[in-house]
Design a protein around this ligand. Sequence first.
Ligand SMILES: [Zn+2]
Length: 250
Amino acid sequence: MQPVYAHDLVKRSEISRVLVIAAHPDDIDFGAASTIAALTASGVEVTYCLVTSGDAGGFELDHSPEAMIARREQEQRDAAKVVGVHDVRYLKHLDGYVEPNHALVSELVALMRQVQPDIVISQHPQRNWDRLQASHPDHIAVGEATVRAVYPAVENPFAYPDLGHLPAFRIGQLWMMGAPADLVNLCVDITDYVDMKLEALHQHNSQHPDPAAMDARVRSALESNHPDAGRAAEVFHVAAINDETTFAGF
Ligand SMILES: [Zn+2]
């Protein structure tokens, strides 16, 4: 697959707003931080939505859930800042208990109608058997809830009558992180943004007992996503929902 540059996608498809939805603090940074950095560098406004605050993560057992929530929310805000994102929302669902039910779908619909993104980036609703760690049950649940919100609920004015005050809105595309390999259809060259991704990942101090080992793993994964030696890429499964323009390259 021929890699493309984020700034070319932004120009070609007139992307001005992107909403990124994930289950836990650090999911976005592992899946898409370099792409986000490239998008914000091209003038795109990006909002993050974390469905949980990651209260079941980390390695230190001597903390209260409240302390862990406050710490991880701050870590995610700091990581977002590294890649040019200043709007980070938390839905405060319980880590490990996320379900793709109507309560969550309607919260996501409300957020999409408020933010009005051209593109939604989220997690993949299908289990990746080659890399089960990418398919935490919360990730699959968030992916499924996001797909249900993106179509048809967000664009149907009769869906969720409680949200009637927020006008129905059409999303252009859904980009899914952590996709099974055979579904990947977008490869973004992020060679210039690898260091920024690592810096963002380092903000999640509570999660990484060995940052040097993580850096090596992340670099090699990004390099293996790119067909050319010495280059790096992040990959997505893109579903077109209402895009008038066509992205070249995939
Ligand atoms: Zn996660």
